[in-house]
Design a protein around this ligand. Structure first.
Ligand SMILES: Cc1cc2nc3c(=O)[nH]c(=O)nc-3n(C[C@H](O)[C@H](O)[C@H](O)COP(=O)(O)OP(=O)(O)OC[C@H]3O[C@@H](n4cnc5c(N)ncnc54)[C@H](O)[C@@H]3O)c2cc1C
Length: 411
């Protein structure tokens, strides 16, 4: 084992969190050896365009790289790509990869994101059934696009709706099948759901709510349709399953890490295992924006900010993770920006008229602003952040009046 490579900080996962962690270490003047070990073969890239501009053919991959290819070596960051960690040995401070190779570490940052949740029904493994998590997934869909007339998206969350909007740009006939009674039900209030349903329908998307999928049908091992619980079969040559992710924490959990819905981390992103931090989509933390509940966020903001928190702790300057959550989604000509977490709201206020000219929804709990969803309303998003971070409780009438700038409500 003496000749195994060893790094002072080994980052497992070369996505948003992993890349940011490496860059933040260098920026902080960390003098040790740093490596990113990731199972994708691409250099770190921007993941959100995969269901947006990249899928729609509007953005080349080169423009999605998080940094120019040469920068990693220039910064002294070793890239160990195309390698998948299968085992973590916390006592020996060593990981083992699927190819049998081992890598030693002083400190490890686990930044592995998650794997798309698969649909558990007959036909789930037919050709033409896709998930969207990485470049390979999107490339497979793009390659099949010319053979597709009809597509079904299973799941009316952000990724599913974004994919639907990209497919519409290619002129495909798209159906979205959602098991709940509205789209975006887990992340947004009803007015936002109804607005997005109407927008998609206006673009020709057939939205099926309260509909559950019982099987995917196929011919010659390729999908031909989606069967619903009522027996209807929706024809489809492409099916996109967008029903969430499963955090990629197996090796850490096997090694004894505490976990819930993700590997559990403290306020400095430390796991319960010695010298192992976890960040991003795979990590669950107690959020000050969720009244201390354990939550797992899936956003670029969270991955980047947790990376910075872990690095601060590693360089001996610890500070708790308290960044305000924010998120965005682009569909058609709609730019949604979200700040805060709306879960647990007991009241909401609509600012303006709900149409694509722009409006915002303000979520309140016990009168305090906890989140905003802003559609084509950058100003409200920018000004509303202070209401969320300050946990302010402005008068409801003022919040509802779009003529009242939100910044004027920040005392
Ligand atoms: C299609 C799509 C659209 C999105 N749109 C938005 C958006 O609009 N706004 C937003 O804020 N967020 C969006 N997100 C979410 C955002 O991309 C994620 O929150 C972010 O990428 C999380 O970063 P991460 O570093 O935790 O994980 P990732 O970026 O997923 O990186 C994890 C990396 O680790 C690798 N890996 C996993 N297991 C192992 C292992 N055992 N060994 C080695 N490597 C491993 C993975 O292959 C991957 O390369 C989107 C995500 C997707 C998939």
């Amino acid at each position: 084992m003496d000749d195994q490579p060893h790094f002072d900080v080994l980052i497992v996962g070369g996505g948003h969190g992993g890349a940011q962690a490496a860059l933040a270490l260098v920026q902080a003047g960390f003098a040790g050896r740093i490596a990113i070990l990731g199972d994708e073969t691409e250099l770190p890239y921007d993941r959100p365009p995969l269901s947006k501009e990249y899928l729609a053919g509007e953005k080349p991959f080169e423009r999605m790289l998080l940094r120019p290819a040469a920068l990693w070596a220039e910064r002294g960051i070793t890239m160990l790509l195309g390698r998948h960690v299968t085992t973590v040995d916390p006592a020996a401070h060593r990981v083992t990869c699927a190819d049998g190779s081992t890598v030693g570490y002083g400190i490890m940052i686990w930044a592995t994101g998650g794997s798309p949740r698969r649909i558990a029904c007959e036909g789930h493994d037919l050709a033409g059934v896709h998930t969207v998590r990485n470049k390979e997934d999107a490339d497979r869909m793009i390659a099949e696009m010319p053979q597709v007339c009809e597509a079904v998206v299973i799941g009316g969350g952000y990724i599913g709706l974004e994919a639907a909007s990209a497919l519409v740009k290619f002129g495909k006939k798209v159906t979205v099948v959602e098991a709940l009674d509205r789209v975006l039900a887990r992340v947004a209030g009803e007015p936002l759901s109804r607005f997005y349903e109407a927008e998609h329908r206006a673009h020709g998307v057939d939205i099926r709510l309260g509909a559950s999928v019982t099987a995917l049908t196929g011919a010659d091992r390729h999908v031909t349709g989606v069967t619903l619980a009522d027996g209807e079969v929706i024809p489809a040559q492409m099916v996109i399953v967008g029903i969430g992710i499963v955090p990629a924490v197996g090796p850490l959990v096997d090694a004894g890490a505490a976990f819930g819905n993700g590997v559990r981390v403290d306020a400095q992103c430390r796991t319960s295992l010695p010298d192992i931090y976890a960040i991003g989509d795979c990590a669950e933390h107690q959020s000050v924006y969720a009244e201390g509940e354990w939550i797992r966020l899936e956003s670029v903001q969270n991955a980047n900010d947790q990376a910075k928190t872990a690095v601060q702790a590693i360089i001996g300057n610890p500070a708790p993770y308290e960044a305000v959550p924010w998120f965005w989604s682009n569909q058609y000509d709609l730019k949604l920006q979200t700040v805060g977490l709306s879960r647990g709201y007991d009241d909401l206020v609509v600012r303006g008229t709900i149409d694509k000219a722009g409006f915002s929804i303000v979520y309140l709990k016990h009168g305090t602003v906890i989140a905003l969803d802003c559609v084509n309303m950058v100003r409200d998003y920018a000004q509303g952040r202070a209401l969320v971070t300050g946990r302010l409780a402005p008068p409801r009438e003022a919040l509802a009046d779009p003529a009242v700038p939100l910044k004027s409500l920040v005392a």
